[in-house]
Design a binder for this molecule. Sequence first.
Ligand code: F6R
Length: 607
Amino acid sequence: MCGIVGVLGKHEVAPILVEALKRLEYRGYDSAGIATINNGVLDRRRAVGKLVNLSDLLVHEPLAGKSGIGHTRWATHGAPTLNNAHPHRAGAVAVVHNGIIENFRELRAELAADGIDFQTDTDTETVALLAERFLNRGETPVEAAMKTIDRLEGAFALAFLVEGEDDLIIAARRGSPLAIGHGDGEMYVGSDAIALAPLTDRITYLEEGDRALLTRTTLEIRDAKGAQVSRPVKTVRIDSASADKAGHKHFMAKEIAEQPAVLSDAIRHYLPANEDSVRLPGEGIDFAGVQRLTLVACGTAYYACLTAKYWFEQLARIPVEVDIASEFRYREPPLPAGTVALFVSQSGETADTLAALRYCKGKADRILSVINVPESSIARESDLALPIHAGVEIGVASTKAFTCQLTVLLILALKAAADRGEMTPEALADHVAALRGLPHLLNAALECDGAVRGAAQRLSAARDVLFLGRGLMYPLALEGALKLKEISYIHAEAYAAGELKHGPIALIDSEMPVVVMAPKDALFDKTISNMQEVMAREGKVLLISDAAGLAEAQEGIWMSITMPRVHPAIAPILYAVPAQLLAYHTAIAKGTDVDQPRNLAKSVTVE
Ligand code: F6R
């Protein structure tokens, strides 16, 4: 949420900043801007809307200089206007910020009492104004920045540029991630290593509370108390191409298509070849004595947790509680002895999930996480972090991360079942074999693209859509509805199929498409009965099932999509594909912006 970048370079920096911002645009696209120092003089360019508007502006109004900072915004305080676009400037200071300054009202009041005027509605402007006030009181740029940071409450990643200081960027992180890149006579800072990937693979991740003083050849890091600290330089290999669409029209299409390959990678990491056992990284975990699991996440990752509840309870007989991170963190739930807390997050930086994890520290027996970014805060603060190996996910609507999260969670549930003696070696081997066959099945599932395209054309005329599923298909119905609403802006809801008649059935009429997700499994007949109830009320049913299911239940339905036959336990992973494609093609049919849907951004680092 908001991307920031800074470069102390050897060459003109504006195109480098814009290129880096392109790779951060998934974090917000309400406005973008850069500031540079040229011959000691600070100047900036900003534009409302997508980054392309800033690029166009720079063609007509270029910005020279070899040092600079840049920002792509997801608005928190203040509308997405030019005035509110970053970098914010106060006299000699320019600042870019990701996060929220929670005490900004108090700081504004203090500055206003000093007779200082405000040009914007943002919390960030107070940071620039505070730093300028310290400069005016005779502090050095570094001290002005440090004293400013000391005054801030909330979550932030910041980068300061100061007029006259051609070889200095001051950066700080608290709550929001920040990576420093080491170049050859150059130094960089960015919200993540992806932004810096074409520039360097030598990365230092700042720790919570760190401040960094960058010059082209040196990096000094101070911790929150001001003590100099050393943080390791890691080689982080991110294929520059992973931020490209690789011939696809959208990142979302590319990421849906990548699923067989990335899942195969994830499976290879956890299921050693020629063995029917699960291998976890590091010390792993023995579930034998675990009394209870608490799973916490947000959005799509939360639906992955809801699915995992079925697996852990049915296969491993562990009682599971699942919670939305933003509720969990303030509810202060008791965690009885024997509780293991597990956090699921693609980015590993989601503010609420991180806060929930911190709440569990010292209360839960172990803290596990299932993450996509191994260097993320959630990974680093867990006792055991399990990477999902999905590769960089750029599309704002999560796709491949979801199926990889499901895969790792199922593997973990199998390990739990084996540890607790709840699964025979034969049953384990059966599940492992099914998982190994999953990439192949996903390839087959992707072939439904043509059928989904046709269905999506018709769905795109709907105002509301209902998704129904039972058992493992219920969380997937929730995920299908979320995908559809976030990128096509069609109102969509999901219900457990058996819950329909307790209220939502009142919504059914001939205008209401209902997507029913029902493989031919033990619950199929029950779901189909609920589907009949919908059709009896003229509801238009789109049934997603396998050939056997469709052969039994095709009569009277509006449309169908055929899935390959699949082991019931892994069905939600496979059926995620048509759910994703349905949202994708409906969005295309409606002409919405698939990769950058309105109001959304990836990596939600604010509450
Ligand atoms: C939806 C989506 C979001 C994220 C949620 C959590 O497509 O992507 O709902 O799943 O913001 O993000 P992470 O997994 O990064 O914690």
